[in-house]
Design a protein around this ligand. Sequence first.
Ligand code: BTN
Length: 259
Amino acid sequence: MVENSLSPAAITDNLETRFIGQRVICYPRLTSTMDVAKHKAQQGAIEGTVVIAEEQTAGRGRIKRAWLSPKGSIALSIILYPSSVYLSSLIMVASLAVVHCVERVTGLKSQIKWPNDVLVNGKKVCGILIESDIRGNIVDYAIIGIGINVNLRLSDFPEISPTATSLSHELGKDVPRLDMIRYLLVETERLYLALPSGESVYQEWRDNIVTLGKRVQAISGEATYKGIAESVASDGSLLLRQPDGSLTKIVAGDVTLRE
Ligand code: BTN
């Protein structure tokens, strides 16, 4: 695999966005783009600033999990200053943007596994992490972190290959990361700007969730639930029908498909 490094100029050149990706900072190697984006947000970086790393040495996922992001993958964080009413919708915006981007650039169909994974052929190809700082009802900043396994040879990463895949593996050839990033930024902005206009982002997100209708095990904090993932609410939580007929709302957690 030979691909040029990503450059801010190549990403921002004629990018059809108003603010997301109009300022891009690229690093060859970083601990985590989340840490740098958080620092930049605290310093008042303009909304839509994007921090990208060719490689992360301490990439992180939800629930303090490590996130592997070697060269060839996409690791980026987007700084936003949303109203608190849109905070729970950011995961919908980001995961749908990834689904659209994967299909547009590779032709592959992908699906969302609640709450924050994007799968291709049933295996994880992307993880999304949203971190925010809120004071009272005011969001100081929110950061959308997106990691995509783009051009990775799975045999080099046996620790993830049982459950994860890469776009190049599924497609049988390398995928242009520059096209992926540019389209991802355009789609993220389009969906983010659509939030005030109503239900469409939530509905499309719900329609793309592979988890729904399936028997699942959900772990939320110390509790484990088993049942059928019946639906998702507009605040992003999962509605789980338990064997006793009760409906449990799971706000944050991790889900395993049991079929
Ligand atoms: C998960 O699957 O739990 C979320 C993974 C999120 C990974 C991305 S890569 C870019 C950004 N920087 C990080 O350290 N994490 C996110």
